[in-house]
Design a protein around this ligand. Sequence first.
Ligand SMILES: [Zn+2]
Length: 938
Amino acid sequence: MINRTLLLVAYCLLLTAHLSLLTAQTEPKFDFYNRGEYRAGVPRPQSILRYDVGDHHTTYAQMEQVIEKIAAAAPDRVKIFDIGTTNEHRMQHLVAISAPENIARLDEIKRENARLVDPRRTSANDAAAIAQNNPAIAWMAYTIHGNESASFETFMQVIYQLAASNEPATLDILKNTVVLVLTGENPDGHERFATWYNSVAIGSPDGNAIEKREPWAIWGRVNHYRFNLNRDTLTFTQKESRNMQRAYMEWHPQLAVDHHGQPAQYFFPPVALPINPNLPQPQYNKWLDVYGRANAAAFDRNRWDYYVRDVFDAFYPGYWDMYPSLMGATGMTYETDGGGPKGLNWTRDDGTIVTFRSSIAKHYVASMTTLEATAKNKVERIKDFYDFRAKASGPPSKMKRVVIDPSHDRVKAADMIEVLRLSNIEVKVASSSFTSPTAHTYMEKDGAAARRTFPVGSYVIDLDQPQRIFAKAVLEQHTQQDKSFIDDNMARFRRNQLRGRGQPKEDYGFYDITAWSMPLVYGLDAWWTEEAGEIAGSMVDQAYLDNARRGGVSGRASISYIIPYETDTASAMVMRMMQNGMKVAVATRQLNAGGRNWPAGTFVVRISRNPETVHDRIATMAREMGVNVVAVNSGYAEEGDLSVGGEGVYSLKEPKIAIAADDGVSQESYGSIWWTFDKYGIKFTPMTLATIRGGGLKDYNVLVLPHGSAGRYFSGFGAGGVTALKQFAAGGGTIVGMSGSAVFAALKDVGLSSTKLVGSEDDKPEPVASSESKPTTATPSPTPTPRGEPASDLPTDQSPDVAPMLPPIASPSANNNRVPEGLPGAIFRATVDRTTYLNYGVNRNEMPVLLASGFFLRYSREGSNALVFDANPKKPLTVSGFVWEGNTERLLKGTSYIIDESNGGGHIILFAEDPFFRGMTRSTTRQFFNAIAFNGIF
Ligand SMILES: [Zn+2]
């Protein structure tokens, strides 16, 4: 007896010791198969993959085998839809899983659900009947950030559970919902990450292990073109985004969950402030609370840590939780704590380890719990979806209508209207001019109402429509943030101003940009009005837009073709023509040709200088790119002193473009240029910094340095590289820099430009005591948050994008608030210098520009300032978004947005911000193209 007791005690001690060792190190191994019983014929993912959950990363093709085999074995519950391919030709799939009686009538379910979308055609009684009889639609999306890999493994387990289990809770989900599993929102990025990780990983928990250092060319977070797909639901630039959007609009879900994996602990909503005020309350918060409490109960049962109401907000409409939320679904982001860049094992700050498997388990439990909560509440969730779309909810607004005048760029305007229509926003086009007594220009924040007449062809978006909440959120000029949020961040700012150089600064709560108004980011002429009276016009359809974007030639020219600079695509076409062996020139003064006057900046294609094929090629390109080309059959000028054969018509040089693509270069910035050039058929060569340093530029005349870390550009190029850049410019080359690379160019030790970064020691009015001019990191962060997700416990060089570095900045307290605080992203009014070639084609005096940093550039005293922030503005410079009171506007006045300096025979052209920020901003496209198209001639 005693012996047996002793034995038992000893065993218990042993067990406790063993368990405590386990819990001190890792979480217990989660059982993915305890929610049966399971149908025998349905294969488990592991039987197909030949490894256990979380032991290895599954490639996209392996995953496709898993879902196909499960679907083949459970056709009564599972149906796979292909929704479109990626840039690298992978097919994206939507796996519909539901009860057999629902799968048998999927089309009918979709049709009934669609009736809820337009309350003008469906009564509240009908909606109530649909809520009873139709299942809810649940959109479960995974791995939009391809390296947040736990989510990828998770959905195979979710699909298996739903396809195979006869557990009552699972059957309840199947009966009351149609689950749509999106099997990889970013297949190309995931594949880069998974293949690389599998090939180097030994499962080391050490944060310094090579498997925790994704190389520059891998970075699976972003897609093929290095776009962050979770910022792309405003302008839908990327293929994957459009595939998903098409599928989304087809199903109109009531629930949408986007599964990520970045922070140190699990996150699920409720969200942090700010919350987009267009989201109707109390409905929005009510559902976050329902789902939050359900997830909390499940996590508490598993003794898993998590957090709510911190870091992840609900403000910027470009995320895949906000897009659904603004259409009436409950959209949520779930973030698990392991996997991805953290690998198979990750050591937390207290020495415990989070495994890949346990981070998959958390996502799996959250997915299943969320589906259970949806099934349980499906009638109310569907009714609220209908109410969201039927009732005038949200704060009262004076804004009733938006009017876009497309005359500045009819192609770009049609592009924007097409994006709105993809989200089912109804747009009219005016068939006669009309007047509004209450028009507010987008170029002024809180500007007064004025009477304005709009021309025929204006686009009109009335907000009284089923998509009004989404339409208002993406179109309104400015979106207000919660007052308590702003007050809190301003208080942190004031405290930071009192801290000396050696003191760490408080972080700010901004998660992303605070301004995105679509007419402003596209740079279109727009107004909003306080009334929406009847106008003569018709609904815009795709045929109308295709026609608006159509270009062509007016005939076959015997002397020359005139390419008017009326669209961004005109200069893109010219660059493409030159890269295809054609000769193009530009009128540097007013030109008279074909019986008309053309402004400076008009392109001229002289027949005598070109091969016979020019006629066909120009016709094809003009049609494709929406450029209206005019054929001219006489060289005689009817008036003025410049004809097509005149001295003031300068021959352009074929742009031979190199782009820096390497460590230190922002991949998103590089990718946005890559994508833009590909779209227009403009050729370029990406190059490493070492290649550029080592003579790689000898066959090129343009070098683009995308946004990046000034310090890493400096260390990557070294003294030899800086010399190579100067020689390139002295030999006639053009260097284009932006944001961080503009800061690099302005560093004292680099000296490519005479401009100074506002607030840097170089910028001091008096000579600086310190002789140290090496770039350093001991400076305030120029941006409150990186342009990605918040910093986690990852090493800094694993942070989502390049860590910015600045020239030394003296302590703010000693400088009396003279260092610009980094902007999360706001839009400002810039003034155009119409006399420089960089503004050819820009027929306006002011334009909206985005700034998402604290990089303000002093006026160049040696070159030209093509776009500036007025030193004595009569109206505030801020047009939209959050700015630091007492800091931003004061320091921004009298700075330059685009600088052009001659350096030897060439040019250094600096932009204060990415011209194609996220592929979304397009207001300075012409200046960027001009910097390249006119290389070497001015
Ligand atoms: Zn993510």
